[in-house]
Structure formats: structure tokens, C-alpha cells
Design a binder for this molecule. Structure first.
Ligand SMILES: Nc1nc2c(c(=O)[nH]1)N[C@H]1C(S)=C(S)[C@@H](COP(=O)(O)OP(=O)(O)OC[C@H]3O[C@@H](n4cnc5c(=O)[nH]c(N)nc54)[C@H](O)[C@@H]3O)O[C@H]1N2
Ligand SMILES: Nc1nc2c(c(=O)[nH]1)N[C@H]1C(S)=C(S)[C@@H](COP(=O)(O)OP(=O)(O)OC[C@H]3O[C@@H](n4cnc5c(=O)[nH]c(N)nc54)[C@H](O)[C@@H]3O)O[C@H]1N2
Ligand code: SF4
Ligand SMILES: [Mo]
Length: 726
């Protein structure tokens, strides 16, 4: 089948200098930007100054968009694998050839397994209407996002209490008096607007309590830092709630009106006193009492941040849940300086974008991961990704034979890539749609190069929030290589399997017109500033109209959905034994200048990326003979010989001996240890934390669904001296 001309080779190469309003693509925050183009080349990137919250600011990664654009180390044509998966042998293919190949394989999978045997995962967020529509048009229920290894525990916890997802909870830092952050490293693991708001609030005197076994840069900015034991925040929260109830400093009026299940709460915390938590968290009881007095004085302008990554263990759902309960107790929900629930265009008297998914019926089959059915506590909108891999391996509850990863690199972002590969290797078809050679692309059957974010347009984004808006990513440059935008790629695949109606738009403008119909906003208006705000000021629902989207309309401390799933609404805290000797909990995080595993090959970001060091406490380093700067070996539990039945894996990096990491844990940066030889700057640089997280692909928080990555135990030893036997 002939796919015709690429849609994005158009007259963007106008001579002279002009500005295009668009959206950053260097991380999934997708900040609004202004792109300066001179004679067809991008010469400057900055934040969209029509958006006062961002102003002209970009982060270092955002500025890295220019070197990404002019980097040749990215896929330049479609590629089809010619040898074993992962062997790195490819042939160049035309778009027609690659798309026909995919269509043929899809037909085979549908014949054998039905349409439900096709799955896709992507990077969640503002553009998922397109990918969801693609999966739905194919007749499959199996759309997934990346979130099982990101914020899913916080997401499902938010749904169970407030009846909305985690992104519907926003934080009014501008007016807050006190923010409490559980490992939410807001100035390094950053979003430009939020970091700016945080720094401005700190400068005007906001208090910040930062809780993390490791002192991140946010800890350095905070007014209080608690170095807790890893995975112990739930105990801390149970004790804080105990004290809040005991001191009777909660907002009785708010609770009486808007909260159900207080008896269950009292029961759950009756014995969790500040003294009780001491042995679990290491924080003195007196400090908890002082904190409660202080926070009660700051209420209701306080924010207990329910976390994003928070900690990733089997009770992290309850960490988020209790943080959200604390907001309810402080009466800080839907108030200035507290939590503000996101508003849809309808909430402010406007209309939402029309959805592509509304163009076709939903698949009737149940999801393969059981989200919303056998696991009613998991949001069925995007499921729990590791259970897709479990199904690939076991063909239970049914088989999956074709898998698209779009703007998603599960071999970097899911724990234990060897286990993930075992599942992927069962597939008949694995397609990666990316702008660079990711680990997953390298293992795929077909790589389809998407045009970079500066070379393409996306579907319009609807950003619900205190001030909902529509946002546009517009094309600024002609593509440098034989690449295509996602909407075109998905349309062409559907055309080839005879399902074109779902996405039958000839141009992106036609698609945008469909989305904008009835909203009163035009494409020309969108192009003028890149964003169109739908409300003049942030909307806070007046108390008399406030109603939560839960079955009871209240914040539900006791949740029927959890009960149905056989899970307690508030489980007893489960302590972890402290690892000793050469064993440690492995913690991880990200630096301000890299996005996950995708930035290390960027020519400029690679230059400024910090060296990946292993943080280790002096009290634990000394008996192991490890000094600051020493090279150390870090390996999976049992890899030094005692054998735990796991495949031994170890790697080397230098130690940073510092008291700013809890003695029970070691810490390292994520995003290193890439293996694709064509990404020459990143390949072989540092160690992949996901490879150390062996056995964690299928170990997860049963309530939230997120992978239990911070329960990983590793072993550490000083690297043997040359010539000295280990
Ligand atoms: N061990 C460990 N695992 C983790 C984490 C950790 O810290 N440690 N962090 C977790 C978190 S918070 C998250 S969100 C996930 C992130 O996991 P992912 O979403 O998989 O990671 P990203 O690097 O954001 O992006 C995935 C892919 O999108 C590609 N991409 C970038 N821009 C474009 C584009 O314009 N078009 C297309 N088609 N592709 C593009 C990138 O090149 C990359 O290969 O990982 C999680 N997993
Ligand atoms: N520069 C940059 N910014 C980013 C991203 C990026 O890749 N680069 N990614 C974005 C994405 S997708 C996300 S999800 C966010 C993630 O943002 P955050 O949720 O802030 O996540 P991390 O960077 O993983 O920071 C994790 C911190 O949690 C701590 N921690 C580990 N275990 C525990 C524990 O048991 N309790 C507590 N309280 N803390 C613990 C770690 O020591 C570490 O300092 O960042 C976003 N912003
Ligand atoms: S936070 Fe930085 S990298 Fe992410 S979208 Fe904004 S400017 Fe781009
Ligand atoms: Mo994330």
C-alpha cells in the first residue's frame, strides 16, 4: 500500500526569522515554549512568556532540545530487524515496507488471538487520546501507560479517597504556609513551573518539611529535614494522624461535612503513637509532636504532598493515602494555599476538546491485566503494565502477540530488564516508535522514527487544572530525516488493516478542527500564543458546592472498592528488617539535567551530566573498608557467592561516603548504563539501577499496583585491588 507524501514536509522552511509557539518535548511535563527559527534552523528555545507561571524559563533539559535536533545519532529511517532480537542487525526500510510488515503481523495476531492480542503502552499524559483511539479502533482493551513504575500508587490512592486521579490534585504553593514532601525532590526531579513556584514560596517564608532517607537538594532548601529509614513513611503518617486526633487539632467542620470513615481511622491509629513510630522511622517522638503543633498553626494553608514516585514499596499506596487523609484533616482541600482540585472546561462553563475515542465503540473484552475487573482498585483507563508482561509470558488470562511501545522505553523504565525481555521475546511483533535508539527499540522487530517534537505537530492537549487550558505543539522545523509524526503513523497502520475511519484525517489541521468543534476556540487562536486559557483566574469551588467524585460524594477513608478487592482501607504498618553487613536497600532518583534514560546521549546534556556515584553512610562504609572516592562493586543480593537462586549481576561505580544517606540504604542516579552501541555517548556509561532490581518486575504494591522497586536489596564491596584475589 502506498502511504503517499509525508504530512510534515511543508513550508516551515520560510526564510528569515520567526517564532513558533509549541511545547517542549524533552520530558513529559511538556512546558509551553517559544521556538525561534532562522532560515529553517532552530536558534533559540525559551518558555512561553504568555504563560506567567513559566515566563521565559526552561530547564537545562529543555534547552537540550537544540543539540537533540542536530544530533545524527537517532533513527533516520524505519528499520526492520534481520537477526535475533537485540542482536542489533537491521535493514533500512521505506515507510510503506515497514507499515505493510506491521499490518501483516497484526493480521496474523488477530487471527490467532483476536484483537485483544494487540497492546500498546505510551508515556501517559496530554496526548493519550490518540494512542487510546488507535488501540480502541483495533478492537483491543489493552492500552497501557508507563505509570506502574512511576506514580500509579499515588494515583490509585487518590482515586480511592477523592474519586479522581493523581493529576487532578494540584498544589497551590503560591499561597501555602507549609508543604510536606515525602521524597518529592521538587527542585531536581523538576517541572519548571512547580520548581519556580516552590522557590518563590520559600523566599517569601513558606515552611517545608522534607522527608527522605537521602538529603537531596530539596532537603537543603527545606526548613525541616527528616532522614527517615527507607520505606517507613507510612509509620510516620500513622503517628502524625494519631497525634492530630489526640491533640484535636483537625478541622472538625470540614471533616463532619466532607469526610466519611473517621471511626475506621481512629481504630487504625489508636496504637500508632509518636513513640511507636520511633523504631520504624528513627524520628524522635518529640519532633513529631512539635511538627503537629506547627502544622496545625499553619492550617488550612498546608499541603501534604501525596507523592509522585514517593517510595516504591508494597505499602506506598498507604503512604499516599494517609498524606491525602492529612490534607482532609487539616481542611486544606479546595482552599487557597492547599490542594486545589483540577477543573475541566465544563467546570468553568466551557467545553472540552472532542475526543478521538468518541469516534468508535469501546472494546467489550476485559483488560488483560484485570484492572477494573479482577483488580477493581486499579484504574482501568491505563492499567498496570507489568501484568501485560505477565500475560505475554503465561498467555493468562489470554495471550498477547503484538505490542507497540510509543514514547516509552520499558527496558529502561521497568525493573529487571532481563525478565522483561523474556516476556517480550514471546511476541510475534514488537514495534518501538521513538526519536532515539532506546533499549526497547534495540530489542524491537521494527523501529519507526517519529519526527522530533520540533519537527512535528501533535494532537491538541487539554490541560485540566485550577485554570484549564488547551495547548498546542506546532511544527517548527522540517524533519531532518525520513521520520513521521505519530498521528500519521497510527492512521497509516489503521488504513492498512481496513480500520481507517477512526483516524481518517488528511492533515493535522483537519484533526485539530475536529477536536476544537464546539469549544469556541479556533486553530488560529491556538497558533497565536500556543495556549488558550479557559478561565480568567484559578477556580476554587465554594464549600457549599463542594462534592467529591466518590460514590458517597465524600472523601472516603473507608473505601468500598478496596473492600471489594479484599484489601484493607488502612493496613497495619509492615516494617522491613534493616539490611546489615554488606547488604543495603537500593534507592534511586534523578539529577536535574537528565530525563530518565533518554538524555544521556544528548551531546550537551551528556557533557553536564553528573558522575553517577554510590551514596553510602560512613558507619556502614568503614567496616567494608570503603572510603570516599573508592571504586566499589554493587550487585544483586547473593551475587557475591551465597546464592539466592537469582542470576548474579554486578557492576562498578565510585563511592560517595556521606552521612546524608540513611545507613540502611545506598543511593544512585537512574538513567545510566545504556547498552545500545549506536548511542555512542551514553553506551556503557554508568550502571543501570533497573538491572540491579532483579525479581521486582512482578513484585508490586497490591493496592496501588506500582512496582516495589525500593524493596530491592543489593550487596556492596570495595573493588578488589589489581592483582589481589577477590
Ligand atoms: N529503576 C528505575 N526505574 C524507573 C525510574 C527510576 O528512577 N529508576 N523512574 C520511573 C519513572 S518516574 C518514569 S516516569 C519512567 C519513565 O519511563 P519512560 O517513559 O519509558 O522514559 P522516558 O525516558 O521519559 O521516555 C521513554 C522513551 O520516549 C522517547 N521519546 C522522547 N521524546 C519522544 C518523542 O518525541 N517521540 C517519541 N516517539 N518518543 C520519544 C525517549 O527517547 C525514550 O526512549 O521510568 C520509571 N522507571
Ligand atoms: N530532572 C528531571 N526531572 C524530572 C524527571 C526526570 O527524569 N529528570 N522525571 C519526572 C518524573 S516522570 C517524575 S515521576 C518525577 C519524580 O520525582 P520524585 O518523586 O521527586 O522522584 P525521584 O527523583 O525518584 O526522587 C526520589 C527521592 O525519593 C527518595 N526515597 C527513596 N525511598 C524513600 C522512602 O522510603 N521515603 C521517602 N520519603 N523518600 C524516599 C530518594 O532518596 C530520592 O531522593 O520527576 C519528574 N521530573
Ligand atoms: S520540565 Fe524542562 S524538559 Fe520538561 S518540559 Fe519543561 S522545560 Fe522541557
Ligand atoms: Mo515518572
Amino acid at each position: 500500500m502506498n502511504s503517499g507524501k509525508a504530512p510534515n514536509v511543508r513550508s516551515v522552511e520560510a526564510p528569515g526569522r520567526h517564532t513558533v509557539f509549541s511545547m517542549c518535548g524533552m520530558c513529559a511535563t511538556r512546558c509551553p515554549i517559544e521556538v525561534t527559527v532562522e532560515d529553517g534552523r532552530v536558534t533559540w528555545l525559551q518558555g512561553n512568556s504568555f504563560d506567567p507561571a513559566i515566563g521565559a524559563s526552561l530547564c537545562a533539559r529543555g534547552a537540550g532540545g537544540i543539540p537533540l535536533e542536530y544530533d545524527d545519532e537517532r533513527p533516520q529511517t524505519p528499520l526492520i530487524r534481520t537477526a535475533a532480537r537485540g542482536a542489533g542487525k537491521w535493514r533500512r526500510a521505506s515507510w510503506d515496507e515497514a507499515l505493510d510488515y506491521i499490518a501483516e503481523k497484526l493480521r496474523e495476531v488477530v487471527e490467532e488471538m483476536g484483537p485483544r492480542g494487540i497492546a500498546l503502552s505510551d508515556r501517559g499524559g496530554a496526548f493519550t487520546d490518540l494512542t487510546q483511539a488507535f488501540v480502541q479502533a483495533l478492537g483491543s482493551p489493552n492500552y497501557f501507560d508507563h505509570d506502574a513504575s512511576c506514580g500509579r500508587n499515588a494515583h490509585n490512592a487518590t482515586r480511592s479517597l477523592y474519586g479522581v486521579g493523581r493529576t487532578a490534585v494540584t498544589f497551590d504553593l503560591k499561597n501555602a504556609r507549609h508543604v510536606v514532601l515525602y521524597g518529592r525532590n521538587i527542585v531536581e526531579s523538576l517541572q519548571v513551573k512547580e520548581s519556580k513556584a516552590f522557590m518563590a514560596a520559600m523566599a517569601r517564608g513558606m515552611r517545608c518539611t522534607y522527608i527522605d532517607p537521602r538529603a537531596s537538594i530539596t532537603a537543603c532548601k527545606a526548613t525541616r529535614y527528616w532522614q527517615t529509614r527507607p520505606n517507613s513513611d507510612y509509620a510516620l503518617n500513622l503517628a502524625i494522624i494519631h497525634e492530630v486526633l489526640k491533640q484535636e487539632v483537625y478541622d472538625k467542620e470540614f471533616v463532619a461535612r466532607f469526610v466519611s470513615g473517621m471511626d475506621a481511622l481512629r481504630e487504625a491509629v489508636k496504637d500508632t503513637s509518636p513513640e511507636w513510630q520511633e523504631e520504624h522511622t528513627g524520628i524522635p517522638a518529640a519532633e513529631i509532636r512539635a511538627f503537629v503543633t506547627e502544622i496545625a498553626g499553619d492550617a488550612p494553608h498546608v499541603i501534604f504532598h501525596p507523592g509522585w514516585m514517593t517510595a516504591r514499596h508494597k505499602q506506598s499506596f498507604y503512604v499516599s493515602r494517609t498524606a491525602l487523609i492529612l490534607n482532609a484533616l487539616m481542611g486544606s482541600v479546595e482552599v487557597k494555599g492547599g490542594i486545589v482540585l483540577a477543573k475541566s472546561p465544563e467546570d468553568v462553563g466551557r467545553k472540552s476538546l472532542r475526543k478521538l475515542v468518541s469516534r468508535m465503540p469501546k472494546a467489550k473484552e476485559p483488560r488483560v491485566d484485570g484492572a477494573g475487573t479482577t483488580h477493581p482498585q486499579w484504574d482501568p483507563a491505563s492499567g498496570i503494565l507489568h501484568q501485560l508482561f505477565a500475560a505475554m509470558e503465561s498467555a493468562q488470562p489470554y495471550g498477547v502477540g503484538a505490542y507497540f511501545t510509543y514514547r516509552h522505553d520499558p527496558l529502561t523504565s521497568m525493573p529487571d530488564p532481563e525478565a522483561t525481555k523474556r516476556a517480550l521475546d514471546k511476541l510475534k511483533l514488537l514495534v518501538s516508535i521513538d526519536v532515539r535508539y532506546s533499549e526497547t527499540a534495540w530489542f524491537a522487530d521494527v523501529i519507526l522514527p517519529e519526527s522530533s517534537y520540533l519537527e512535528r505537530a501533535n494532537i491538541l492537549a487539554q490541560n485540566n487544572g485550577p485554570r484549564p487550558n488547551f495547548g498546542m505543539r506546532d511544527q517548527a522545523l522540517a524533519p531532518r530525516f525520513d521520520s513521521r509524526p505519530a498521528w500519521w503513523i497510527f492512521r497509516e497502520i489503521l488504513r492498512r488493516v481496513g480500520l481507517e475511519e477512526a483516524l481518517d484525517f488528511e492533515t493535522i489541521e483537519e484533526l485539530w478542527d475536529f477536536q476544537l468543534e464546539g469549544t469556541g476556540v479556533t486553530v488560529a487562536q491556538m497558533r497565536e500564543k500556543g495556549i488558550v486559557s479557559l478561565a480568567a483566574t484559578p477556580a476554587i469551588t465554594p464549600r457549599e458546592q463542594l462534592k467529591f467524585k466518590t460514590p458517597s460524594g465524600k472523601i472516603e477513608i473507608e473505601s468500598e472498592v478496596l473492600k471489594k478487592a479484599g484489601l484493607p482501607s488502612l493496613a497495619p504498618f509492615q516494617p522491613h528488617a534493616a539490611p546489615s553487613g554488606d547488604r543495603f536497600h537500593l534507592l534511586f532518583g534523578r539529577p536535574a539535567v537528565l530525563t530518565h534514560g533518554q538524555s544521556l546521549n544528548n551531546p550537551i546534556l551528556n557533557e553536564i551530566a553528573p558522575e553517577q556515584l554510590l551514596w553510602i553512610h560512613p558507619l556502614r562504609a568503614r567496616p567494608l573498608g570503603i572510603s570516599d572516592g573508592d571504586e566499589v562493586e554493587i550487585g544483586t543480593d547473593g551475587c557475591f557467592g551465597e546464592g539466592t537462586g537469582r542470576r548474579p549481576y554486578s557492576a562498578y561505580l565510585r563511592a560517595r561516603v556521606t552521612p546524608w544517606i540513611h545507613p540502611d540504604a545506598v543511593f544512585m542516579l537512574h538513567g545510566y548504563g545504556a547498552t545500545v552501541p549506536l548511542a555512542t555517548r551514553a553506551c556503557g556509561l554508568g550502571v543501570a539501577d533497573q538491572s540491579l532490581q532483579q525479581g521486582k518486575l512482578y513484585e508490586f504494591d497490591p493496592a496501588g499496583g506500582g512496582n516495589a522497586m525500593t524493596e530491592t536489596v543489593v550487596q556492596v564491596r570495595r573493588k578488589a585491588q589489581r592483582g589481589v584475589a577477590k
